[in-house]
Design a protein around this ligand. Structure first.
Ligand code: ZN
Length: 377
């Protein structure tokens, strides 16, 4: 219970900051740095006083690296955050390090001040400052975004999903249970929407700074566990609302993983699509955007899609939707090019060859394949 209430405090602070961020930025997804390299440090005496907690948090932070082009590097000095310096106008502490992690039960640089929450540092609680790191590359170096000593507050005793939840905020993920596009057709969702004032009412698709990249996901680590037992203040005793996953130990959900993949693309950005490479004349040929095939919301994440299919120097067909569908009437070797921009304007491109065969030739291919496979048994 202590963990749960503590967690709520942390997230309340985060929610405020993200709302502020959303109101002032033009950037996408759930926000966050979107820069592949993130410099991490631990605040105060955490490295020496709570080495097990530090190791535990670091280990789970690294799991984000499995799902996108994001790399966490421990800062010099063994990962200990350097003491802040003062901004030139004297209003703010300037803290180095992109992700500054505070561990409960540790002390600040002065050796006296306990690390108890997010709002620590000169100017950290001022209007316009954010006690959270989930802001944008363009703003990251403004003094007011570096005023707070720590940007996330976690410890080993928290459940795995809670730690991933807090770190998820740090890479730019919002609360799943606050999004306004939850499907009301699900009775469980409708119950929570009716009974819980914060459920499903504040993070709207298309609002400035916000892009919903995947559908509503009750298994996300970014979804609070919401029921009367865990939150008696906001969930009435009579409510059957019981959703969410941040108290679990399941790790990043499939859609959490996809979100990170979409938010943090590799430097060589490939417009990935699923579909055949050899078809018959007259077949309906479809190529699906890979993010969409994996369950992502391509209407929000795939901008300016352009399919161009050529045969020699002749343009055969152009389409401007995330997916492609067409029937070819002539056999031949076709060059397919697919491009789009993501929600942040980054460009993606890919090219491949599509072979369109006369139907009897394609049957010949299949026959040859079958024969080749049969020979393997
Ligand atoms: Zn949260």
């Amino acid at each position: 219970m202590h963990d749960a209430s503590n967690h709520r405090i942390v997230c309340a602070a985060a929610g405020l900051a993200l709302a502020f961020a959303a109101a002032t930025a033009s950037a996408g997804v759930v926000d966050g740095t979107h820069e592949p390299l993130v410099r991490v440090c631990f605040v105060g005496d955490a490295i020496t006083k709570k080495p097990e907690d530090v190791a535990f948090v670091w280990q789970h932070l690294k799991t984000f690296e499995n799902h996108g082009n994001i790399r966490f590097v421990m800062m010099e000095n063994g990962g200990r955050c350097p003491p802040p310096r003062l901004s030139s106008d004297g209003r703010f502490d300037i803290n180095d390090g992109d992700l500054r992690i505070g561990i409960p039960g540790t002390l600040d640089y002065d050796g006296k001040t306990p690390i108890t929450g997010l709002r620590l540092g000169r100017g950290c609680a001022d209007p316009g400052a954010t006690p959270w790191w989930s802001n944008f590359p363009g703003n990251k170096d403004k003094p007011e975004f570096r005023a707070c000593r720590l940007t996330t507050f976690v410890r080993k005793e928290m459940r795995l999903n809670k730690i991933l939840h807090e770190l998820g905020h740090a890479v730019g993920m919002y609360h799943e249970h606050e999004r306004t596009d939850v499907p009301m057709s699900d009775p469980k969702v409708a119950t929570c929407f009716r009974d819980v004032k914060y459920f499903g009412k504040s993070i709207a698709p298309g609002a400035p700074g916000i892009t919903h990249v995947t559908p509503y996901d009750r298994d996300s680590v970014m979804h609070y566990e919401i029921n009367h037992r865990i939150d008696p203040t906001n969930v009435p005793a009579a409510s059957t609302c019981n959703l969410g996953n941040d108290n679990g130990n399941t790790g990043l959900s499939t859609l959490d993983q996809l979100s990170i993949r979409i938010m943090y693309p590799h430097d060589r950005r490939v417009a990935e699509a699923r579909g055949p490479r050899i078809v018959a004349v007259g077949d309906l040929v479809t190529f699906r955007n890979e993010w969409g095939a994996l369950g992502g919301l391509v209407a929000h994440t795939v901008k300016n899609p352009a399919w161009l299919v050529s045969h020699g120097n002749t343009r055969v067909v152009e389409q401007n939707s995330p997916d492609f569908a067409f029937r070819f009437t002539l056999p031949g070797s076709y060059a397919v090019r697919y491009r789009f921009n993501d929600a942040r304007g980054r460009d993606y491109v890919s090219s491949f060859t599509l072979q369109v065969l006369a139907p009897e030739r394609l049957r010949g291919h299949h026959g040859a394949l079958t024969a080749a496979r049969a020979a393997l048994f």
